[in-house]
Design a protein around this ligand. Structure first.
Ligand code: ZN
Length: 214
């Protein structure tokens, strides 16, 4: 991403696809240079990477300026979307808590896209609940079952009979468990981990549940 490279005049020698690692403020980028594209520059998130499409014949300095402008906008919009989504999640948790869990309230409930082996976590110490963004692609009843599970930990930290009595108040709990087992028996053999002080811990900390689909 250096200016030296951008200043080189030979646009045609640049690759059609170029990956750039994450920086302190930007996620990883994939630059796609298309000969068909005339003037417009576009950017969108694909997973954690922003794919930026630019015209292949754009002068390098212009290209760099355009990339900086559109990536900055895209990151800002993504953060705003995330805050709105977190607010939705908090309202959803409050509704479920009022209905099934005597109105218990977490200190916070937020989406997390850093959870690789869990679908939810709850810190009983801080009262913070995190929900994996992986759940966004599953039915609402599955999302709600995970939220209820994590909320229940605010009342019962362990997975004992009292805990199960709480989560069973949610009428679709068994359906959701069955759905997740059927969806991916390997990865989601256990729906959630026990509560932990922190969200994810060091990589490999949840090795017992880290089986990836093969
Ligand atoms: Zn649990």
């Amino acid at each position: 991403m250096s200016r030296d490279r951008a200043a080189r005049p030979v646009a045609a020698s640049r690759p059609a696809r170029e990956r750039r690692p994450a920086t302190a403020t930007w996620p990883p980028l994939e630059i796609v240079r298309s000969a068909k594209r005339r003037r417009t520059v576009s950017a969108r998130f694909t997973g954690e990477t922003i794919v930026v499409r630019v015209p292949a014949h754009m002068p390098p300095a212009d290209e760099q300026d355009a990339i900086e402008a559109i990536v900055t906008r895209t990151v800002r919009r993504h953060r705003a979307d995330r805050r709105a989504d977190d607010a939705m999640l908090a309202r959803r948790a409050a509704r479920l808590a009022d209905r099934y869990l005597d109105g218990v309230r977490p200190r916070s409930v937020t989406w997390s896209d850093r959870m690789r082996t869990r679908l939810g976590s709850c810190s009983t110490r801080s009262g913070d609940i995190r929900i994996s963004t992986d759940l966004a692609r599953h039915p609402d009843r599955v999302l709600d079952a995970i939220i209820v599970h994590e909320l229940a930990h605010l009342i019962e930290p362990n997975h004992g009979p009292a805990f199960h009595a709480l989560v069973d108040r949610y009428p679709h709990r068994q359906w959701a468990d069955g759905y997740l087992e059927g969806f991916d028996a390997g990865r989601f053999a256990r729906v959630v981990d026990p509560p932990s002080p922190d969200d994810e811990g060091p990589p490999g900390a949840s090795a017992a549940h880290a089986t990836e689909p093969s």
